[in-house]
Design a protein around this ligand. Structure first.
Ligand code: SF4
Ligand code: SF4
Length: 419
């Protein structure tokens, strides 16, 4: 196989200099034992969980390393805000780390460099740390699957449903800090066979007047012997929405949280003739572009950087940890931009032929790390591959959706694309 050059070391370095987000896996310990956890018995593609905590020194070393790039001419960002996010395990089991990193970031912030803090939490320790989170204006994403039965896969180490504990803590925040709750607290729900899009929507609307983000179970990296168990629990968000009573009304109310609106938005972003990247395109016309990079994978670090509890450096938390691109060592940062570019060029070259024959290549959102056989010899397979016939069906379904929802078109164009 001939390796072509799609990306080079400078592009990767520049992506890191402009990255909008750094996420720290603060600890691999958790105070829950959710049945479907991505680091549990259903999956194989993660480092052994060992109740470890991420070393604060490593986080400081990495932030200092990135700060040098921010201050270099490579930083072309028009925004001056960087999200620092804390992830687990359960991040609130390691608040000393979070506290130190927040203090460090507050010390190095300036007019040109601001930080916004965010966290995904299971909510069990919120009563203890709510003041700290409010003082530092954290964006909170609380994992809650709906009502008590819907939440019943999220159990503690004794197998007890954590619903009541989480709900009580949410009430504490809501009563103590109502404005903060309204502005900075959101919910994250996993869809499975004990809830549905309709149940979840109704629960959050009625109790908190919020629309949660609803995602399906992670379908990558499943152990062979657990596939039946996984399929028993798995539910597809679009199917669940379509099966809802008054689904059309529901999808309109959910807007971008609905899988159908989301899909139409991605379609318009990729295919609309009326979407312009900049004023030059608007005024002087679009330059016809040949899409040169196969798949829909982001340029490494262009969306975020994920630091695991072991100091591994990844382009995000949604891919297997075997794909680390570097590591924070005891004394230095091991990040070889040349080697990263070569690795991507190797992967892209493997998918090049397949993608050049795919009719959805222009609108592709498939990450190459989520192709099943990426690391094996030969060309990987892609479930999203579209023949002309399949693409016509897909395009028609998106256009039919927009024709049935004329208000959706203007809302997506005005509120999302030109926001
Ligand atoms: S899933 Fe893939 S494309 Fe998406 S952010 Fe992660 S590495 Fe990038
Ligand atoms: S959907 Fe799959 S085959 Fe098609 S362009 Fe994307 S990665 Fe390639």
């Amino acid at each position: 196989m001939k390796i072509k050059e799609y990306v080079n070391a400078e592009m990767v370095r520049s992506s890191l200099a402009n990255t909008p987000q750094i996420t720290f896996e603060v600890t691999d310990a958790c105070n829950l034992a959710c049945v479907y956890c991505s680091y549990g018995e259903l999956y194989f593609d993660y480092d052994k969980r060992d109740n470890k905590v991420l070393d604060v020194e490593k986080a400081r070393r990495f932030l200092n390393y990135v700060a040098e790039l921010w201050d270099s001419p490579l930083n072309k960002s028009t925004h001056n805000n960087l999200y620092l996010s804390f992830y687990g395990g359960e991040p609130l089991l390691n608040v000393p780390f979070i506290d130190e990193v927040v203090s460090f970031a507050n010390n190095i912030k300036s007019k040109q460099r601001q930080f916004t803090y965010s966290m995904t939490t299971n909510g069990l320790l919120l009563d203890k740390y709510v003041d700290f989170l409010v003082i530092n204006d954290f964006s909170l994403l609380i994992s809650l699957d709906g009502n008590e039965f819907s939440h019943s896969y999220r159990v503690n180490k004794d197998g007890q449903n954590s619903f009541k504990h989480v709900i009580d803590n949410i009430e504490i925040i809501r009563h103590k800090y109502p404005d903060y709750f309204t502005k900075r607290v959101n919910f994250n729900t996993v869809l499975h066979n004990r809830n549905s899009v309709r149940d979840v929507y109704d629960f959050f609307k009625k109790n908190y007047n919020k629309i949660p983000s609803i995602g399906a179970l992670n379908d990558m990296g499943i152990r062979e012997e657990m596939k039946d168990e996984f399929m028993r629990m798995y539910r597809n968000t679009t199917d669940s929405l379509m099966q809802s009573e008054n689904y059309s009304e529901l999808e309109t109310e959910m807007f971008l949280s609905s899988p159908t609106y989301h899909s139409a938005t991605v379609y318009l972003l990729q295919h609309s003739e009326f979407k312009y990247e900049n004023y030059n395109e608007l005024l002087y016309g679009k330059v016809p572009q040949k899409k040169v990079i196969p798949t829909g994978t982001c340029l490494p670090f262009s969306k975020k950087v994920f630091i695991t509890v072991n100091g591994k450096i990844l382009p995000c938390e949604r891919i297997g940890q075997q794909f680390a691109l570097g590591c924070i060592e005891e004394k230095n940062i091991d990040l070889n931009f040349e080697a990263i570019a070569q690795k991507y060029n190797h992967f892209y070259s493997k998918t090049d032929t397949l993608c050049s024959e795919c009719f959805n290549s222009k609108g592709c959102v498939q990450c190459l790390y989520n192709l099943d056989d990426l690391e094996e010899e030969g060309e990987p397979e892609c479930k999203g591959f579209m023949t002309q016939e399949k693409f016509d069906l897909f395009r028609n379904s998106q256009l039919n959706f927009l024709a049935r929802h004329p208000e959706a078109y203007s809302k997506i164009m005005n509120d999302v694309i030109y926001r």
